[in-house]
Design a protein around this ligand. Structure first.
Ligand SMILES: NC(=O)c1ccc[n+]([C@@H]2O[C@H](COP(=O)([O-])OP(=O)(O)OC[C@H]3O[C@@H](n4cnc5c(N)ncnc54)[C@H](O)[C@@H]3O)[C@@H](O)[C@H]2O)c1
Ligand SMILES: O=C(O)C1=N[C@H](C(=O)O)CCC1
Length: 266
């Protein structure tokens, strides 16, 4: 089997490091480059923690993709650079697998158009953990019957974006089946701004940030005399890696934008 040539952006990050290890340890994957904020022109194997994992380091993604032949870019950086990297990859005929969160509706629209024009696959996955995908799907199922729902997402305190990509995606999946509805008392007033959380189509999203947490989400449904809670917890970042692997394997077979791993999991 021919190896899939992969560049990883954000290799020294919490997720990027796991992704580099995944690529390195997967027989049919080959790490051809990394895009980092420092060590331009150096080699990854000289960076502490990556001994024996050779790959040229670039700080400029354009230069990287013009120098090295890559099939796939795995992006695990920041909301600020995720879109730039994804667009640059598509411009260079490289398929992006993006875990970076913070993409807007407009970003997704633009990427969809680029994928169609270039006939290239691109996967934007707000959450790579299989359990989180199921949590979102189960929440969508439940929302058909329980229309009052609040999403509580809980993450580590180094997270840059709020609400989380997973919470936004969950609300969007629920929106597909739930009639638009303003929840709570029609006259409710926040005495402290933000007390009721973010509002997507009347659904509320609450973002908790605490040291010690990794990635957790609870979707709470309420009805007369009963409630239903659907919860997922990621206790480490390895929990995301089987989804990254699945996305890389699948992206070679698609020629469009896929937003959410639920679209490729059978
Ligand atoms: N989809 C998922 O399942 C999933 C899971 C965890 C995290 N995330 C998302 O992945 C992203 C990364 O999360 P993290 O916890 O690893 O963050 P992190 O801060 O640990 O890592 C981000 C890395 O990106 C690097 N970086 C920033 N700008 C860069 C640039 N221009 N070029 C190259 N590298 C650059 C930083 O130096 C850092 O090492 C976030 O957007 C987060 O929300 C997604
Ligand atoms: O650690 C993070 O940051 C995570 N972000 C994702 C999100 O925004 O939904 C998912 C899991 C971890």
């Amino acid at each position: 089997m021919e190896k899939i040539k992969i560049a990883v952006a954000g290799p020294r990050g919490r997720m990027g490091k796991e992704a580099v290890l995944l690529v390195h340890n997967t027989e049919h994957f080959e790490l051809v480059a990394v895009i980092d904020r420092k060590n331009d022109g150096g080699n990854l194997q000289d960076v502490k923690g990556f001994e024996n994992i050779p790959a040229p380091i670039f700080t400029d993604i354009k230069e990287c993709l013009e120098t090295v032949q890559a099939d796939v870019l795995i992006d695990l950086t920041t909301p600020e650079f995720g879109m730039l990297h994804t667009v640059t990859a598509l411009e260079h005929g490289v398929r992006p697998v993006v875990g970076t969160t913070g993409f807007t509706k407009e970003d997704l629209q633009k990427l969809q158009e680029m994928c169609e024009e270039k006939e290239l696959g691109c996967i934007i996955a707000p959450n790579f953990a299989l359990g989180a995908i199921l949590m979102m799907k189960f929440s969508q199922m439940a929302a058909k019957y329980f229309t009052d729902v609040e999403i509580i997402e809980m993450h580590h305190d180094q997270k840059l974006d709020a609400p989380s990509g997973t919470a936004v995606k969950t609300a969007q999946l629920i929106q597909e089946v739930r009639e638009s509805k303003q929840q709570g008392h029609p006259d409710e007033k926040e005495t402290i701004p933000g007390a009721r959380g973010a509002n997507i189509d009347g659904m509320r999203i609450h973002s908790v940030r605490l040291p010690g947490l990794i990635a957790h989400q609870q979707v709470m449904f309420g009805a007369d005399g009963q409630s239903l809670t659907i919860r997922h917890d990621s206790y480490n970042r390895e929990s995301f890696m089987s989804g990254v692997k699945l996305a890389v394997e699948n992206i070679m077979k698609i020629d469009m934008l896929v937003y959410g791993l639920e679209n490729i999991i059978e």
